[in-house]
Design a binder for this molecule. Structure first.
Ligand code: COA
Length: 475
C-alpha cells in the first residue's frame, strides 16, 4: 500500500500535469480564436453548391461482388473519385452474374458500381504493377474485399503500400476477424449465420432463416465506409494512413446486437415480450427465434389485411405501443379493454397477446394495408405496410427524394438503382450509371497518371491492360 509521502508526491505530479494541460487548453483556445477553429470561413455559396462532401478524395477500388462495392459506391455518391480496378477481359465477376439482358452488364453489377470509373489492369503483369504503383501514390484510400491473403499475394502488403504512400488508408472487408476462421472465404449468408442473425430469425417451430436484406454484404460495406471516413478525418490530424478492417461476422453481430442483449437477459428470467412467454412455452439456453415479434419492448405482430387471400403482401405490421392502447381499443371496437384489468396494462396483456392480435386482425382484414396505415397514423398508432418491391419501384415519393433513381446505360438502357440513403443538406448525391469494363482506362492513364500517348500505346501492346489474346494462346 502506498504511504502518505508517496501519495502526496503522486498528487503533486497529477496537479502539475493538470496545470500543464490547462496551459495547453488556454493556448489552444487562444489559437482557435485567432484562426477560427482552424476551419475555413463558412462558405457563402448556397447550400448544395459548395462541392460534394468527399470531393478531392480518390479511392483505389479493388472491390468485387457486393460488400466492397456497396462501400465504394456510397463514397462515390458522396463525391469521392472512385477508380475501380478490374481484371482485363473479365472484370468484376458480377458483371456476368444473374444477367437479364444478353451481353449487357447485369443489374447485380450496375446497381453496386454506379458513379465509379473503371480501369482494367492485370496486377500480375510487371507493367500493370507499375500503373498500380502510380495509382497508390496519388490515391487516398485503397479498398478491397479479396479473399484473405490475396492482396498480399499481389504484392500489395500494408508495408509495401504504406511505404509508397504513408497517407494511404487501406480498408478491407473480410469474412471473419483474426481467429480460427480468419482464412475462410465468406459470402452473405455465411455471415448472417455466423453473426447470430440466422439463429434468431424465423419461427420457433422452424429452422433458422436468412433475411433478404443483405446485412452481411451491404451492411458490412456501410460499416467500412464509416471506418474509412473516420480514418480520413484522423489523417487530417496525424498525416498518416491506417488499416481499416470490417469483418462480416462483426458487422452482422453489430446489427443483431439486440439479440445479444436478450441472451444476457435470459440469465435473469424469461423474455416476457416474446410471444412464447404468453403461450407458456419455456425458454431454452439460447435466444429463440421470435417470428414476427417486435425486437423492442412494445408487443407487435404481422397482421393480414383485406385481399390477403390473393395478394402475398397484403399485410401490416402492427405495434401495440402502450401510450396508444386506448386508441387501439376504440378502433377495433373493444372499448372495455381500456379498463378491463386483464387488458388495461402492458403486463396484464403479455399472456394474452395471441388473442389481442387475433382481435386486431379481425379489424385489419376489413381494410387494405394503406387504409390501416392512414387510419392508425391519424391517431399515432405505429404500423408498417408490407411493401412489395413492385410497390417500392413504383413509389413516387421515393423517386422524389432520390432514394430510387433511374439512370441510363449505354448497353442495357434505363434501369433503377438505389440512390444515396444518407441525405446531406450541403452535398447532393451524385448518382450515375455504372461504367463499362475498362471504360476509363485511357482517361485515367493519361489525365490522372500523366502517361503520354506513346507510353499508353506501349502499355496496350504489353498485355497489362488488355485481356490475353486467346487465339495466340492456342497457337
Ligand atoms: N489482376 C490480376 N489478378 C486479379 C485482379 C487483377 N486486376 N483482381 C483480382 N485478381 C485475382 C487476385 O489476385 C486473386 O488471385 P489469387 O487467389 O491467385 O491470389 C483472385 O483474383 C481474387 O480472388 P478471390 O478474392 O479469392 O475471389 P474468389 O472469387 O475466389 O472469392 C470471395 C470471392 C467473395 C469469397 C472472396 O473474395 C472473399 O472471401 N472476400 C472477403 C469477404 C467478402 O467480401 N465476401 C463478400 C463478397 S460479396
Amino acid at each position: 500500500m502506498a504511504n502518505k509521502k508517496q501519495k502526496n508526491g503522486k498528487a503533486s505530479k497529477v496537479r502539475a500535469a493538470a496545470k500543464k494541460s490547462a496551459r495547453k487548453v488556454v493556448k489552444l483556445a487562444s489559437s482557435t480564436k485567432a484562426n477560427g477553429n482552424g476551419l475555413p470561413k463558412p462558405s457563402s455559396k448556397p447550400y448544395g453548391q459548395a462541392g460534394l462532401a468527399l470531393q478531392g478524395v480518390r479511392i483505389l477500388d479493388f472491390t468485387h461482388v457486393q460488400s466492397g462495392p456497396t462501400c465504394t459506391q456510397l463514397l462515390a455518391y458522396m463525391g469521392a473519385d472512385v477508380i475501380k480496378v478490374e481484371r482485363p477481359g473479365a472484370g468484376d465477376i458480377t458483371r456476368g452474374q444473374l444477367r437479364d439482358v444478353p451481353n449487357a452488364d447485369s443489374l447485380y453489377f450496375t446497381m453496386l458500381n454506379g458513379t465509379k470509373r473503371s480501369i482494367t489492369i492485370d496486377s500480375k503483369h510487371p507493367k500493370g504493377m507499375d500503373i498500380l504503383n502510380r495509382l497508390i501514390k496519388i490515391c487516398d484510400v485503397l479498398v478491397e474485399n479479396f479473399a484473405p491473403g490475396a492482396l498480399d499475394r499481389m504484392g500489395l502488403t500494408w508495408e509495401y503500400v504504406h511505404k509508397l504512400n504513408p497517407r494511404m488508408i487501406v480498408a478491407s472487408v473480410k469474412g471473419f476477424g483474426p481467429g480460427p476462421y480468419e482464412d475462410c472465404k465468406v459470402y452473405e449468408n455465411v455471415a448472417q449465420c455466423a453473426g447470430g442473425a440466422a439463429s434468431t430469425t424465423g419461427f420457433r417451430e422452424g429452422p433458422p432463416l436468412v433475411t433478404g436484406a443483405q446485412i452481411g454484404d451491404s451492411g458490412t460495406g456501410l460499416h467500412l465506409a464509416l471506418g474509412i471516413v473516420s480514418a480520413l478525418y484522423q489523417r487530417n490530424r496525424t498525416g498518416r494512413g491506417q488499416k481499416v478492417l470490417c469483418a462480416m461476422q462483426d458487422g452482422v453481430l453489430n446489427l443483431a446486437r439486440v439479440k445479444l442483449r436478450d441472451q444476457q437477459r435470459l440469465a435473469h428470467g424469461p423474455l416476457t415480450e416474446y410471444s412464447q412467454f404468453g403461450e407458456g412455452v419455456p425458454f431454452g439456453k439460447a435466444v429463440p427465434r421470435a417470428g414476427n415479434d417486435s425486437g423492442g419492448g412494445q408487443p407487435a405482430w404481422l397482421l393480414k389485411c383485406k385481399g390477403w387471400e390473393s395478394d402475398p403482401d397484403a399485410y401490416i405490421y402492427f405495434i401495440t405501443q402502450a401510450p396508444v392502447w386506448g386508441a387501439i381499443c376504440d378502433l377495433i371496437g373493444e372499448p372495455t379493454w381500456k379498463t378491463d384489468p386483464d387488458y388495461a396494462t402492458p403486463k396484464a396483456r403479455l399472456p394474452r397477446l395471441k388473442k389481442i392480435f387475433a382481435r386486431i386482425e379481425d379489424w385489419t382484414m376489413t381494410k387494405t394495408k394503406f387504409e390501416v396505415m392512414d387510419i392508425c397514423n391519424a391517431v399515432d398508432i405505429p404500423v408498417g405496410p408490407i411493401l412489395s418491391m413492385k410497390e417500392i419501384a413504383e413509389d413516387e415519393s421515393l423517386r422524389k427524394t432520390g432514394t430510387v433513381v433511374e439512370v441510363d446505360h449505354p448497353t442495357r438502357g434505363k434501369y433503377l438503382t438505389v440512390g444515396n440513403p444518407i441525405k446531406l443538406s450541403d452535398s447532393p448525391a451524385r448518382v450515375e450509371r455504372s461504367p463499362l469494363l475498362g471504360e476509363h482506362t485511357e482517361e485515367i492513364l493519361s489525365k490522372v497518371l500523366g502517361y503520354s500517348a506513346s507510353q499508353i500505346a506501349e502499355i496496350k501492346t504489353s498485355g497489362a491492360i488488355t485481356a490475353p489474346d486467346k487465339s495466340k494462346a492456342a497457337a
